[in-house]
Design a protein around this ligand. Structure first.
Ligand code: COA
Length: 188
């Protein structure tokens, strides 16, 4: 199994996915401001305005030093604008050393199939990189994200982290095989 190549840049019909840079910090902060009120406080802007733009720039700077796959900026080819991120994170919710799919897009761009297109490219990359499974956690109330996971072939494991305040978290998994192909990824 080879896991040594970087997740740097992918291309789909409508999107380019590439490493995030500090100049886009404003877009990622806007995502924080647009989050659903049910999202836990540590993932919302706090009363002191944190994370600030500077905090987010610092986080992206740290991310760019890492060699392991991470989050990518999702850029529309037609407009050249960044609309959010999609990529892999290693939280250990599934199995140790197996990645989780993460994505978040600006509200104005929801409903056009971008998350499914971006997620498909990341799964294709993960399969080619030798990962056997990709995990994802989703709140029970998050119908849009549950639908994206369903379209990408994730299935519920039955493992649920109960949370009466923010909504239960459902653990889902997507098995990747040799014949795996979700989207139409073209490595750049
Ligand atoms: C989840 C998210 C990335 C989806 O992005 P998107 O580009 O709109 O997703 P897609 O267009 O690829 O697919 C969305 C699907 O959900 C469906 N959907 C959207 N809102 C829905 C709702 N309230 N109830 C049921 N289905 C819904 C859409 O109809 C579409 O399904 P379809 O293709 O069968 O019609 C976006 O809503 C988002 O950024 N949400 C906030 C961040 C987030 O929740 N991230 C995931 C955390 S697990």
């Amino acid at each position: 199994m080879s896991r040594h190549f970087a997740l740097d840049s992918l291309e789909t019909d409508r999107l380019v996915l590439r490493r995030r840079n500090e100049r886009e910090a404003g877009i990622y902060r806007r995502l924080w401001t647009e989050r659903d009120p049910r999202v836990p406080a540590h993932r919302r802007i706090d009363t002191e305005g944190r994370p600030t733009l500077e905090d987010i720039r610092a986080e992206i700077h740290r991310e760019r030093q890492l060699t392991r796959p991470g989050l990518l900026a999702v850029e529309r080819k037609i407009d050249g604008d960044v609309i959010g991120y999609c990529g892999l994170v290693f939280h250990g919710n599934g199995a140790p050393d197996e990645p989780e799919l993460a994505y978040e897009l600006l509200r104005s761009t929801h409903g056009y199939g971008y998350a499914t297109e971006a997620g498909g490219a990341v799964l294709d990359w993960a399969a080619e990189a030798g990962y056997e499974r990709v995990w994802a956690t989703v709140r029970d109330w998050n119908a849009a994200s549950r639908r994206v996971l369903d379209k990408l072939g994730f299935g519920e494991t039955g493992q649920v982290e109960a949370d009466a305040v923010h909504g239960d978290s459902l653990l889902t998994v997507r098995k990747l095989g040799d014949a795996h192909r979700v989207g139409r990824i073209r490595p750049r």
